[in-house]
Design a protein around this ligand. Structure first.
Ligand SMILES: Nc1nc2c(ncn2[C@@H]2O[C@H](COP(=O)(O)OP(=O)(O)OP(=O)(O)O)[C@@H](O)[C@H]2O)c(=O)[nH]1
Ligand SMILES: C=C(OP(=O)(O)O)C(=O)O
Length: 215
């Protein structure tokens, strides 16, 4: 099965507020964009991915991610993350009613195409499926097979809420790069240890992160 991956990205100026102790106000927008670029580039490189749609109202992010090959969907109805995902899934399905749709967070800078393919191939066995984040509390990917609504419930404690919604939890080993979202300085250190994409590596080099290898 080939998936349309929907990546939500809020305005860069407001993004990654929980990284404020690691990255100053002036550096966070570039860091958030770098995470999204490395996430989208890896998704586009994935054999199980047909195409990538980024749902964002940020003009710079929209231009940069379109340049990588993503389609940009307007951030409507301006009512938060889950509404934006439901809107984008609707736009995708309006054009291709049989589309398999997977929502993927934009903050996965260590994402590897082969690991994403394993997750999506497993998701294809179920009507709806999700992958918990590295912390075991949230969600990094929610997938809906053709003909199934996405029904996104991202946000606080989304692992419990996605499970309660009937989505099957994907329990794969060795897909750390798909689970390692970056919300805090510790998350960023964990992602750097896994190995991040080139844009995040360059952006992180401008931060002074204890424990980060030099060069
Ligand atoms: N299009 C869109 N994406 C959103 C919205 N809110 C959050 N996102 C994205 O959804 C994912 C998870 O978002 P959050 O954890 O709420 O925000 P964040 O910027 O990652 O981090 P914090 O500011 O620290 O909460 C990220 O990829 C965000 O960019 C929204 O209203 N619209
Ligand atoms: C929105 C989510 O991600 P984050 O950890 O970035 O808040 C989530 O886990 O549902």
């Amino acid at each position: 099965m080939q998936w349309t991956v929907v990546v939500p990205l809020k305005a860069l100026a407001r993004a990654k507020s929980r990284l404020s102790d690691t990255a100053a106000d002036g550096l966070r927008p570039a860091l958030a964009l770098a995470f999204a670029q490395d996430t989208v580039a890896a998704a586009l490189d994935c054999a199980a991915v047909r195409d990538v749609a980024v749902v964002t109202g940020d003009p710079l992010a929209g231009r940069e991610l379109a340049a990588l090959g993503a389609r940009v969907v307007a951030d409507e109805p301006a009512d938060g993350l889950n509404a934006a995902l439901a809107h984008a899934a609707g736009v995708v399905r309006a054009a291709r009613p049989g589309a398999a749709v997977a929502a993927l967070n934009a903050d996965l800078p260590a994402l590897r195409a082969v690991e994403l393919a394993r997750v999506l191939d497993t998701a294809a066995e179920f009507p709806r499926a999700f992958l918990p984040d590295a912390a075991g509390i949230g969600t990094t990917l929610l997938a809906a097979a053709p003909g199934r609504e996405l029904l996104p419930a991202f946000g606080m404690d989304s692992r419990v809420r996605h499970r309660a919604s009937g989505a099957v939890e994907i329990a794969l080993e060795a897909v750390d790069s798909v689970r390692q979202d970056v919300d805090t300085g510790d998350d960023l250190r964990a992602a750097l240890a896994l190995g991040v994409g080139p844009r995040t590596a360059a952006a992180a080099a401008r931060l002074l992160i204890p424990g980060q290898p030099a060069g």
